[in-house]
Design a binder for this molecule. Structure first.
Ligand SMILES: Nc1ncnc2c1ncn2[C@@H]1O[C@H](COP(=O)(O)OP(=O)(O)OP(=O)(O)O)[C@@H](O)[C@H]1O
Length: 617
């Protein structure tokens, strides 16, 4: 440090100002600080002067030579040179270090440059990649949009095609329907015309037949009248002759009597005795018959019964009456379901349960339970009462409430007769009173006669306690009209509603089989005579399928069981009106429509609603 300061002093003091140890022109000149250049205006002017002399400054050389001389003359010349040499070496080392420093800086700068270039390159690559990706994305978007547009166009095209196809098929379908309708209309027209022709032919035939029959009847009548007149004339002559003869005999007799006094007395006495005998015998027989009838016979109020009218009736008729007309031997319980009765399933179960309970009640000798059946007319109340009697093994008797009123004061006796008669049954009796409201209505009713009131009281008296002989079954369409004392005696109340569609379907099938297919005629023989037996076999049923019956069941909403039975009877009658006795679906439908219209008309009339329309053409 001291050496450096000395050197610096030397430089400062040195007017020559040459760079120490600068032997080479290429050696870098020491850096000049701004202070030194600005603080040394003299050197600046010197340098200017040098420039003006062509770049050579002799003064410096002179000053250098002078300094060298001073150094040479100085005793420390050797040290000075040594110092200078070391200074030079130091300077060299500094320069080398500086060079290395600059090289390092240069290397750093290169590295920075390289890094920057690499970074630029990377950025460039990234930008290129981004641009490329954007371009690709854009292209992709474009392709996708193009595809979407294509798809949309394709879809629209397809939709149009489908629409066109649909329109075309609708047009075809419409054309087909129109053709079918036309064909059907033509067929209908043809059938109508044919039916018209048939009807006309039948009408003409019927008229011709009727005319022929009328003519024949007229001829027969005239013939008969002539024969009758002849016969009457003959008879008159015969009778006139007989009368004349008789009167001539009587005249002779009277003449004898008037002339013979004893004969006259005998004749008058004999005639009187004969008259007295006849009168006494007749009255006596009447009294005895009444007594026997009361003791052994069936009360007159009973309309129908499973018990024979007299004990000897069974013997006379060869035991036929031992069998119920329903086909069950008396006393034998039937295990079959309710035969020929179509009821709502729950009602059917209840009825079967009641029949079983009644049968068991009898076998355990417990008191019977009374029942009330109510519901619209023709819903099977009577049938069910009969069926309960049949299934429970009881005797059955039926009376109608309407028969009581005409009996007047005798009604009370007749009611007591019934209950006395019922005791004769060993099996127990099911007494069914139809139209019960006719004489068991409210006692305060103004329409009730004194005799009816007494009859009601008699019935109340006989049914006051629970009975082991009689099951009382009342049936009515107006349960609200019954006297409260009667309803109080009822144990089971059962409603019989109008059949629903399902039941109507079964009823239609039942009566179709019964009336038109000739099955199960036994029950109806009493009603319809032997008509079925003779003719049912001839009926041919064609095309009356389940669907046709179901359609009919749908249409017959509001029909009772009786109405359906009657509907089928009408169908049967219509079939018999045909020469070929064939029942086809068209006739069946016609009859159903006719009966449905008739039913609605009846309902309207019952409601007092307007004039009766024409039921059918
Ligand atoms: N549920 C049914 N199943 C089968 N046939 C029936 C049914 N209901 C009614 N009928 C038919 O109707 C006819 C009359 O039935 P029934 O006398 O039992 O009716 P009801 O209810 O007693 O009528 P009413 O109240 O007028 O006395 C029967 O003979 C039968 O042909």
């Amino acid at each position: 440090a001291s050496y450096s300061s000395v050197s610096n002093i030397a430089y400062a003091d040195n007017p020559l100002r040459f760079p120490p140890f600068s032997t080479s022109r290429s050696a870098p000149s020491p850096p000049q600080t701004p202070e030194s250049s600005s603080s040394d205006p003299a050197s600046k002017s010197t340098a200017d002067a040098e420039d003006s002399r062509g770049g050579f400054d002799p003064e410096s050389l002179e000053r250098g030579a002078k300094v060298l001389r001073e150094i040479n003359s100085s005793p420390y010349a050797k040290q000075v040179f040594e110092v200078m040499r070391k200074q030079e070496q130091t300077r060299q080392a500094e320069l080398a270090a500086e060079k290395a420093h600059f090289e390092a800086i240069q290397a750093h700068a290169d590295i920075d440059k390289q890094r920057k270039w690499a970074e630029d390159q990377r950025n460039l690559y990234q930008q290129q990649a981004q641009t490329k990706a954007q371009v690709l994305r854009y292209e992709d978007d474009l392709a996708r949009k193009r595809m979407q547009t294509d798809h949309e166009a394709q879809r629209r095209h397809n939709a149009e095609l489908v629409k066109m196809q649909e329109e075309s098929s609708i047009r075809k379908e419409q054309a087909r329907r129109a053709t079918e309708d036309q064909i059907q209309a033509q067929q209908r027209q043809t059938e109508k015309e044919r039916a018209e022709i048939e009807r006309e032919t039948i009408r003409v035939k019927a008229m011709a037949e009727a005319e022929a029959r009328a003519h024949e009847a007229k001829l027969t009548e005239e013939q008969k009248r002539r024969m009758l007149i002849d016969r009457i004339n003959g008879e008159r002559e015969k009778w006139l002759a007989a009368i004349n003869t008789t009167f001539s005999h009587i005249e002779g007799g009277f003449r004898v009597l008037l002339t013979d006094r004893s004969k006259l007395v005998m004749t008058i006495g004999g005639a009187t005795a004969l008259a007295a005998g006849v009168y006494t015998t007749r009255e006596g027989a009447r009294v005895i018959w009444g007594y026997v009838n009361r003791i052994l016979g069936q009360p007159s109020l009973i309309r129908e019964s499973s018990i024979t009218k007299f004990p000897w009736s069974g013997i006379v008729s060869g035991g036929v009456n031992k069998v119920f007309k329903y086909g069950t031997v008396a006393g034998e319980q039937s295990k079959s379901p309710l035969g020929g009765i179509v009821l709502h399933p729950s009602l059917q179960r209840r009825v079967e349960h009641l029949a079983r309970a009644t049968a068991n009640t009898k076998s355990h000798e417990a008191p019977f339970r009374n029942m009330l059946f109510y519901g619209p007319p023709g819903t099977g109340k009577t049938m069910v009462a009969r069926e309960i009697a049949r299934k429970s093994g009881l005797d059955y008797a039926m009376m109608t409430g309407g028969d009581v009123a005409p009996l007047g004061p005798q009604a009370v006796t007749k009611i007591h007769e019934i209950f006395d008669w019922a005791k004769k049954s060993n099996k127990g009796l099911l007494l069914f009173i139809d139209e019960a409201d006719a004489f068991l209505c409210e006692r305060n009713s103004i329409h009730m006669s004194e005799a009816q009131r007494s009859a009601l009281n008699a019935l109340l008296f006989r049914t006051g306690d629970q009975s082991r002989d009689i099951v009382l079954v009342l049936a009515t369409n107006r349960p609200g009209d019954l006297d409260s004392a009667i309803t109080d005696r009822i144990d089971e109340v059962i409603e019989f509603p109008l059949p629903r569609e399902e039941e109507r379907c079964k009823l239609l099938k039942l009566y179709l089989n019964k009336y038109l297919c000739g099955e199960d005629q036994s029950e109806d023989e009493s009603k319809w005579g032997h008509l079925f037996k003779k003719r049912a076999q001839k009926i041919t049923v064609k095309d009356v399928s389940d669907d046709v019956i179901r359609e009919a069941a749908k249409k017959t909403e509001g029909f009772s069981g009786r109405e359906i039975a009657k509907l089928m009877a009408s169908v049967q009658a219509a079939v018999y009106g045909r020469p070929d006795c064939v029942l086809d679906s068209q006739l069946f439908k016609e009859m159903v429509n006719y009966k449905v219209a008739e039913h609605h008309q009846r309902v309207k009339l019952a409601a007092g609603d307007g004039e009766p329309d024409k039921v059918a053409e």
